[in-house]
Design a protein around this ligand. Structure first.
Ligand SMILES: NC(=O)C1=CN([C@@H]2O[C@H](COP(=O)(O)OP(=O)(O)OC[C@H]3O[C@@H](n4cnc5c(N)ncnc54)[C@H](O)[C@@H]3O)[C@@H](O)[C@H]2O)C=CC1
Ligand SMILES: O=C(O)CCC(=O)C(=O)O
Length: 424
């Protein structure tokens, strides 16, 4: 399968993640037999807040940042989803990310709808104190819309447990009581859960293991390529390495590293910075585009959107693609990969380990009783295996690819809850 590398194709492909997500949602609802009004309800978030956040910079100037919080649908329960700090954040991207959160919660069966936030900024260029002021300013700006029973944020690209701690502290000050359940992904000492930091990668690892079984591929010695070396990508590299797989390629925003004999993962983990950057330390690098087309068994995009497109889908060599990132593969590429017989485990299933352990964190905060790491991992394992099997079997029974079957599984609970509430 696919040893030959084709010339990049010129395409007029749609790269708008909101538009492409809407198309798959519509297809899923049609297949399930729901009327058009259900799609009309689902195609956009119920609420979308845009905020402007003034931040005093270290040089004394004031900079105004734009931020968003989207709440897709709260028919099932409060909305939930991460906050992204990235220069390319857009309103449409945040909307799509909130829809994906609804689907994830439906797939792993959590009592949530989807939410997502983002701030247009580059935290790599900001000081620690500037980041604190920005994080607190964002919470002040969205505080009326969010809360432990309304909308519960968490980390995403370029945000981490320190940022969650500042946000929790700011929210608690505004409300005048300690509110650990306002946000998840916190440091353990502030009510964070064991296993949350590695949860997204754990969930991806379980999906890789289950997908490899379906394809008859042994994980021991399998060649794995991972795009992105942040929270999701770096923990995944470790778990793959520990499972005896051969991680032959990794990347960050600045480039990629390749060694057909296997990279020194322990060394790379030791040298990466808090933004998941490591390739700057090396002279001998390849590009992210080259990384995706490397000869390997398992490919894991764990960085940003629109990485596998109609341009490069024909040149992907992996037999299994497991999407740790949100939206890394376009819909046209999904079709090409599925026609080529490549097993693609979609983002809304594969990356749902993060929100699952965030849910455990929120439950622990609400009850004030904390679980051991073993308990968290056992519960996560059970949920991920069951969800993988459900989506996989649905794809077989309905004769659709796993992205469409995941959307069908994910959207059903939301549609039913909206119907029982009398919304549609
Ligand atoms: N952190 C979490 O719990 C979850 C994360 N995800 C998704 O996983 C993906 C990665 O998120 P995290 O690991 O949390 O972020 P992170 O901020 O920890 O790491 C991001 C990584 O992507 C790289 N990157 C950024 N821009 C890039 C570009 N243009 N090209 C190539 N690489 C680039 C960075 O250098 C870094 O290595 C995102 O799509 C995120 O939405 C999904 C579910 C949960
Ligand atoms: O942990 C959470 O609540 C959300 C994680 C997230 O943002 C995601 O799955 O994309």
């Amino acid at each position: 399968m696919g040893d030959k590398t084709e010339e990049p194709k010129q395409t007029n492909e749609n790269l708008n993640v909101l538009v492409s997500t809407q198309a798959v949602i519509q297809e899923a609802l049609n297949k399930l037999g729901y009327p058009e009004e259900v799609y009309e309800l689902m195609k956009e978030p119920l609420r979308m807040l845009t905020v402007r956040i003034p931040v005093r910079m270290d040089d004394g100037s004031v900079k105004i940042f734009t931020g968003y919080r989207a709440q897709h649908n709260d028919a099932v329960g409060p909305t939930k989803g991460g906050i992204r700090f990235h220069p390319n954040v857009t309103e449409e991207e945040v909307k799509a990310l909130s829809i994906w959160m609804s689907l994830k919660s439906g797939i792993v069966d959590l009592p949530y709808g989807g939410g997502k936030g983002g701030i247009v900024c580059d935290p790599r260029e900001m000081s620690f104190r500037e980041l604190e002021r920005l994080s607190r300013g964002y919470v002040r700006a969205i505080s009326q819309l969010v809360g432990p029973t309304k909308d519960i944020p968490a980390p995403d690209v370029f945000t981490n447990s320190q940022i969650m701690a500042w946000m929790m502290d700011e929210y608690s000050r505004i409300r005048e009581f300690d509110s650990p359940g306002f946000i998840t992904g916190k440091p353990i000492v502030l009510g964070g859960s064991h296993g949350r930091e590695s949860a997204t990668a754990k969930g991806v690892t379980i999906c890789i293991r289950e997908a490899a079984k379906k394809k008859g591929i042994e994980l021991e010695g399998a060649r794995v390529v991972i795009q992105g070396f942040g929270n999701a990508g770096s923990f995944l590299a470790k778990f793959m390495h520990d499972a005896g797989a051969n991680v032959i390629g990794i990347s960050d925003a600045y480039g990629a590293l390749h060694d057909p004999d296997g990279l020194d993962i322990e060394y790379l983990l030791d040298r990466r910075d808090s933004f998941g950057t490591v390739t700057k330390l090396f002279k001998d690098t390849i590009t992210n585009e080259q990384l995706l087309e490397l000869d390997c068994d398992i490919l894991v995009p764990a960085a940003i959107e629109n990485q596998i497109t109609a341009k490069n889908a024909h040149n992907i060599k992996a037999q299994i693609i497991v999407e740790a990132a949100n939206g890394p593969t376009t819909m046209e590429a999904t079709k090409i990969l599925s026609e080529r017989g490549i097993l693609l485990v979609p983002d809304v299933l594969a990356s749902a380990g993060g929100v699952t352990v965030s849910y455990f964190e929120w439950v622990q905060n609400n009850q004030g009783y904390y679980w051991s790491e073993e308990e968290v991992e056992r519960k996560l394992e059970e949920i991920m295996v069951r969800s993988f099997e459900n989506v996989y079997q649905t794809s077989h029974v309905r004769q659709v690819n796993m992205r469409l079957s995941a959307y069908m599984v994910g959207v059903r609970k939301l549609a039913e809850a909206s119907r029982f509430r009398g919304w549609v």
